[in-house]
Design a protein around this ligand. Structure first.
Ligand SMILES: NC(=O)c1ccc[n+]([C@@H]2O[C@H](COP(=O)([O-])OP(=O)(O)OC[C@H]3O[C@@H](n4cnc5c(N)ncnc54)[C@H](OP(=O)(O)O)[C@@H]3O)[C@@H](O)[C@H]2O)c1
Length: 265
């Protein structure tokens, strides 16, 4: 009992230097969680840590790390152990997409995307799950509405997100009686650094476009209420539903044609 009282539970948020992850870090902090911010750009993480400390009173732990590196998970574990904290919530948000035909894109970049979006996410989950189970915490995996349909013009990206959704759904069933919350956040388009890295133009008006804070707020609520699949926005829910029932011979050419218009390569 005495040992349990000294545990300092934290929420680890990957990809917290920008976009959805930075906003999720703000939402977790506002709700009283101590957070660990993980991404490569230390300066951006420190800026966010300053903001959270001044607005919420508790300074986040900053770990500047490339999660696609072979030693990354071990390095994060060491940082967490040295800080004397225990992982209660894990938010696997770090990820990126690149769009274009597989033959036109760099093979190395596509494999790096596969590594970060799936391998690192899985390795982090397997590493921290034992302590999350003990603390009856939760895991949020960030996928995408691209998880629900193959995407010609974003083939590897969509396949990584299908993996994330599949893994999350199966994991939630395996953990059903453990008290651990599992949630898969599946945003539609959100204006972040994602588009520049992906090589896509975001049209001025787009159905389902939501603000980053709305997406983070719904993601947090979904995790805390153990909602398995969280698709923010009515238009995104509707499009995901239609994608699921539409014959692929009709949907795939339409998606391919649309991606040709919005992709730069
Ligand atoms: N924006 C959208 O339209 C959209 C839609 C659906 C799903 N998503 C998903 O939402 C998640 C967050 O994306 P976002 O839109 O917020 O994009 P973003 O603004 O580009 O943020 C991506 C985050 O991931 C971090 N990151 C990238 N590579 C990393 C690496 N190797 N190691 C550690 N951290 C890394 C980045 O930080 P550093 O560069 O500092 O490392 C950044 O903090 C992604 O999984 C993305 O697939 C986005």
């Amino acid at each position: 009992m005495k040992a349990a009282a000294s545990i300092r539970p934290v929420a680890v948020i990957t990809g917290a230097s920008d976009g959805i992850g930075a906003e999720l870090a703000r939402v977790f902090s506002r709700n009283g969680h101590e957070v660990v911010l993980v991404a490569r750009r230390r300066d951006k993480l420190e800026d966010l840590a300053n903001y959270i400390e001044s607005s919420c009173g508790k300074r986040p732990i900053v770990v500047a790390l490339d999660l696609s590196g072979p030693e990354a998970i071990e390095e994060l574990s060491i940082n967490i152990a040295q800080a004397g904290v225990t992982v209660k919530y894990l938010v696997n948000n770090a990820g990126f997409g690149i769009f274009g035909c597989v033959t036109q894109l760099s093979p190395d970049e596509q494999l790096a995307m596969l590594d970060l979006n799936t391998r690192a996410l899985t390795a982090l989950t397997l590493r921290f799950l034992p302590e999350i189970i003990v603390l009856r915490g939760g895991i949020m995996n960030v996928a995408s509405t691209a998880a629900f349909i193959p995407v010609p013009g974003g083939a590897v990206y969509a396949a990584t997100k299908a993996y994330v959704a599949s893994f999350s759904e199966a994991l939630s069933e395996e953990l059903r009686s453990s008290g651990v919350k599992v949630s898969c956040l599946c945003p539609g388009p959100v204006a972040t650094g994602f588009q520049a890295r992906a090589g896509i133009k975001m049209p001025d008006k787009m159905p389902g476009l939501l603000s980053v804070d709305e997406v983070a707020r719904q993601g947090y609520k979904g995790l805390m209420t153990s909602k398995l699949i969280v698709i923010p926005g009515f238009a995104n829910k509707l499009m995901s539903f239609i994608a699921g029932i539409m014959p692929r011979r009709m949907s795939l050419p339409a998606i391919a044609a649309n991606n040709k218009k919005t992709t730069r390569v």
